[in-house]
Design a protein around this ligand. Structure first.
Ligand code: NI
Length: 228
């Protein structure tokens, strides 16, 4: 799957408000939360999970995503990890790594399986040099650098990195989704089918029997593939 970009998650006003809080926040060394393997390649800063500003802004992101139909259709989220915030500056980087399969949510009894990884950009591309998110796939490496307020979704099964930031600072939120549908290929088919049905609905004068049957196919596939 190629990374999916959502360009309308936060408005520019919301980004400005997020940044007012984040630019004044106290950032910590990000290596503290990396797994054994990742610790060597991770050089960035993070807000502690328990920081008030991280909790408050993270909850705002979750509320926005709860209303975002296209995200819901693409990710089929069962559970979403509380968003974390990171900052790359002064050559900061996160070298090639894989995300852990199981993510414990600090301070709770919950552990999530990471099916999808998310980056929500909170810096404009012209605020920093470098800092592209690079995702290895069968078609080679895909590079992502997107405007503030936009979000990229990619399978957690991929090897990926954040290139060194050589000027300015790159601030982002990052988190994971445990999906109702674990397999990327199945999730992609459902998303494709859902978008096609929506497009047919939008162009048809009345909801004919064919659209109803396709909707039935969608739900029967989801019923077959959803892990409960
Ligand atoms: Ni990662």
């Amino acid at each position: 799957m190629s990374p999916l970009l959502f360009d309308d998650v936060l408005s520019k006003d919301e980004v400005r408000e997020f940044r007012t809080h984040l630019d004044a926040a106290e950032w910590h060394d990000g290596a503290a939360t990396a797994g054994e393997m990742a610790r060597d390649v991770k050089r960035n800063q993070q807000l502690p999970d328990e920081a008030g500003v991280a909790i408050e802004l993270g909850n705002r992101i979750l509320r926005v995503l709860g209303q975002h139909g296209r995200f819901t259709a693409a990710a089929l989220p069962r559970r979403i990890f509380p968003p974390r915030f990171n900052r790359y500056a002064d050559g900061g980087t996160y070298g090639m790594h894989v995300d852990s399969a199981l993510m414990r949510v600090a301070g709770t009894p919950h552990t999530l399986r990471s099916d999808l990884s998310i980056t929500l950009f909170l810096s404009e591309p012209d605020e920093y040099d470098g800092g592209t998110l690079e995702i290895a796939g069968s078609a080679g490496i895909q590079s992502v650098k997107a405007p503030a307020g936009s979000m990229v979704l990619y399978p957690s099964t991929t090897v990926h990195r954040v290139a060194p930031v050589t000027r300015g600072a790159r601030i982002a939120a990052f988190f994971w989704v445990e999906s109702w549908v674990r397999e990327t290929a199945e999730r992609e088919l459902l998303f494709e089918l859902d978008e096609s049905i929506q497009a047919l609905r939008a162009t048809s004068a009345d909801e004919g029997a064919a659209i109803l049957r396709l909707t039935g196919v969608y739900h029967n596939l989801l019923r077959r593939w959803a892990i409960t």
